[in-house]
Design a protein around this ligand. Structure first.
Ligand SMILES: *[C@@H]1O[C@H](CO)[C@@H](O)[C@H](O)[C@H]1NC(C)=O
Ligand SMILES: [Ca+2]
Ligand SMILES: [Ca+2]
Length: 370
């Protein structure tokens, strides 16, 4: 039993393209003494974790469970469902039974299995990732300040940084050196202070923490989807398939998602048209009319993270009661089979709720179409 975490790290490193031998005892040792959860720092898809001790004034009073009610009078009212409604269209999913997870996991240590029968009530989910335009509308109305802005930095993929920003970097993430905490990186400045979203208003909002995503969805009178809801939505009505569109990554040679082509992390051929994020809805919708369920930006879900799931049937599962990390789904424009084979509906990963990064966004769900 005591060896299990070491094995996990080995397997993860195997999936990463780090050409190091699997002599990772030291890494495990060091990370354990820090925190049992920090083993995620081995992989580019997870573990972008903030130091806990950073003092940040609680300007948004996020500790209170009424985020949406604290900004201003207009914020309390939320967006109207009128012609000026800037929120995404909701798609009604009928729920019912579906098969969640897989017995043929691409990355077993992520807890992709076992496959289990899950029954969900009907729910609504937004047809695309929340965009910069939508997020700006929210911050304009509420004055909301994201956690990346409050902390003063966020994780950015180095391949997208300007030479100027690169020259100011202090350190990268151990064993995932393509990630750097960049000062001044936030949703308005996805690659740091010298970048802008002006020409990307219809791209997914990035550098949004779980707490930020929750605040947006509350303001929108919606909520984050549970992992089970997200996965049912991803599957698009197909049963036991890897991708939202089937089992073949590129049917008829076509790209169905914004992923990484080429050699990660040094060469992105952008054969799918995008080396970075793409405008939402640039790739075909799945059978439910939902876009970018895999690829483009990772998406937060409501659930706490665990890798242990029973094979029993479940009804409206909501994940563990508590935890340290939240579940994210779908992979991103940075995912390549060689290191982040997570652009599958059953795939999953995690981050602490205050983490943010240049490949992580969200979409909201709802019980009603208000
Ligand atoms: C937010 O406010 C800025 C500054 O007033 C404005 O330029 C921008 O169009 C607003 N964005 C949205 C989505 O309303
Ligand atoms: Ca791409
Ligand atoms: Ca996505």
């Amino acid at each position: 039993m005591a060896m299990a975490p070491v094995l996990n790290i080995c397997v993860v490193l195997f999936f990463s393209i780090l050409a190091v031998s699997c002599d990772v005892g030291d890494i495990v040792q060091e990370q354990r003494s820090e925190s049992p959860e920090s083993q995620g720092t081995d992989c580019g898809c997870q573990g972008l974790k903030r130091e806990v001790s950073v003092g940040v004034s609680d300007v948004n009073t996020l500790d209170h469970h009424d985020d949406a009610n604290i900004y201003s009078k207009t914020a309390n009212e939320g967006p109207d469902k009128t012609e000026s409604d800037v929120r995404s269209k909701l798609v009604l999913l009928q729920g019912g039974w579906f098969l969640m997870g897989t017995d043929d996991p691409g990355i077993p240590q992520d807890g992709e299995g076992p496959q289990r029968k899950v029954k969900l009530d009907a729910f609504y989910i937004e047809e695309h990732e929340v965009t910069n335009q939508q997020f700006q509308h929210f911050t304009n109305q509420t004055g909301y300040i994201t956690e990346a802005e409050r902390f003063g930095d966020s994780f950015v993929f180095e391949g997208l940084l300007s030479e100027e920003v690169k020259s100011t970097l202090s350190h990268a993430v151990a064993a995932a050196p393509w990630w750097s905490p960049v000062k001044g990186a936030d949703w308005r400045h996805p690659e740091g202070p010298d970048s802008t979203i002006h020409n990307r208003m219809n791209h997914p909002a990035l550098h949004v923490s779980w707490d930020d995503a929750r605040a947006y969805c509350q303001w929108a009178k919606r909520r984050l989807p549970t992992e089970a809801e997200w996965e049912l939505a991803c599957r698009g009505g197909l049963q036991d398939r890897m991708y939202p569109w089937g089992n073949k990554l590129m049917p008829r040679g076509q790209h169905y998602a914004n992923l990484w082509q080429g050699d990660f992390p040094n060469h992105n051929t952008a054969e799918d048209g995008y080396a970075n994020t793409s405008p939402v809805m640039s790739f075909p919708a799945n059978g439910f009319g939902l876009y970018d369920m895999v690829g483009n930006a990772w998406e937060w879900t409501a659930d706490w993270w665990t890798v242990h799931h029973s094979a029993e049937d479940k009804f409206n599962p909501k994940g563990p009661e508590s935890g340290t990390d939240r579940v994210k789904k779908g992979g991103s424009y940075m995912c390549h089979k060689s290191y982040c084979y997570r652009y599958r509906c059953a795939a999953r990963s995690q981050n602490t709720p205050d983490s943010s990064a240049s490949n992580l966004g969200f979409r909201c769900a709802s019980d009603v179409d208000p």
